[in-house]
Ligand binder design. Structure first.
Ligand SMILES: C[S@@+](CC[C@H](N)C(=O)[O-])C[C@H]1O[C@@H](n2cnc3c(N)ncnc32)[C@H](O)[C@@H]1O
Length: 292
């Protein structure tokens, strides 16, 4: 539908809401219910962000993987702006273009209200700090290939405690078929190793595929059934602490995974479908989640 003045396009969904579409990747960012409704259901509500922030002292660190047009990040900030809290938002993407495009179409997209000046600074300087009522926001951008950044961070953290591990992760890459590099077992293993075992952290994402769930489990996460979003009847939530998961995957899911024709994690950034290997099954069935 609407304008194209870059590799991105504004599309109007059936409910009248606008979303951004990447022409190169042939993917619409939030294709059914729209950016804000999806971000509220998948991240704000599912992560119980308001509740966690109300019970939290000090900085609360959120990683926003796939900044894109910043709908997830802004929905999180807006949903918690009335709370006295300190949010450190760390956004990752290998391009700032969708955000630049979206900001030019802020009126149609409708979710930028009040944040436009902060975002101009964020785009210019890759960081912005501001106070919004009692909410203080420290937002930084890591521009580059996320899998490479994670692999390098793993090497650095061997020698120094350089990063601030997250309390929550918004994981929003393109679909595995289009963007396999963002869904591999090495990526989620490196991501899990960035977490602090003493700091409970949850990661919801929109897919409910068996491959994704097996990948997260083999990377070390506990994994559960995630909320419906209006777009998907079920999603996935992973965490380093079982208490953050309302409905952990159970023995019935494990039996289905064993029979699935599409369950083996991708080790390389090449999309492929295969049943579980004997080695993966052995590790999966020994996961602590299934020993309870
Ligand atoms: C579905 S869009 C994200 C939408 C965004 N969360 C929002 O709320 O508007 C996926 C994003 O992942 C980014 N991405 C894909 N592969 C990446 C990679 N290897 N490293 C970093 N970012 C990547 C894309 O550039 C794109 O902006």
């Amino acid at each position: 539908m609407v304008q194209t003045d870059s590799g991105y396009q504004l599309v109007r969904l059936n409910n009248g809401i606008c979303s951004v579409r990447s022409l190169a990747d042939a993917e619409t960012f939030h294709p059914v219910v729209g950016p804000v409704a999806e971000a509220e259901a998948l991240y704000v509500n599912q992560l119980k962000l308001r509740e966690r922030l109300q019970n939290h002292t000090g900085e609360f660190v959120v990683w926003d993987v796939g900044l894109g047009a910043a709908a997830n990040a802004l929905t999180v900030l807006r949903a918690t702006r009335d709370l006295p809290c300190q949010i450190r938002l760390v956004s990752f993407d290998h391009t700032i273009e969708p955000l630049e495009f979206a900001l030019k179409h802020a009126t149609d997209l409708g979710y930028f209200g009040g944040y436009e000046n902060h975002l101009q600074q964020f785009i210019r300087e890759s960081r912005v700090t501001f106070q919004d009522g009692q909410q203080s926001v420290n937002w930084e951008f890591h521009h580059g290939d996320f899998p490479t950044w994670l692999a390098n961070s793993k090497l650095k953290t061997k020698n120094s405690k350089f990063s601030r591990p997250p309390h929550a992760i918004l994981f929003d890459a393109y679909s595995p078929a289009k963007n396999p590099a963002m869904w591999t077992l090495p990526l989620f293993t490196n991501l899990f190793q960035q977490l602090n075992p003493q700091r409970p952290c949850a990661l919801p994402t929109y897919s409910r595929s068996t491959i994704l769930r097996v990948t997260l489990l083999l990377a070390g996460f506990f994994v559960g059934v995630g909320h419906a979003t209006g777009e998907k009847e079920e999603t996935t939530i992973a965490a380093n602490d079982l208490s953050l998961i309302a409905e952990p995957l159970d023995a019935r899911w494990l039996a289905r995974a064993k029979r699935s024709h599409s369950a083996e994690p991708m080790v390389e950034p090449i999309y492929h479908i295969a049943p579980l290997s004997a080695a993966s099954w052995e590790k999966l069935s020994a996961h602590p989640q299934f020993q309870l």
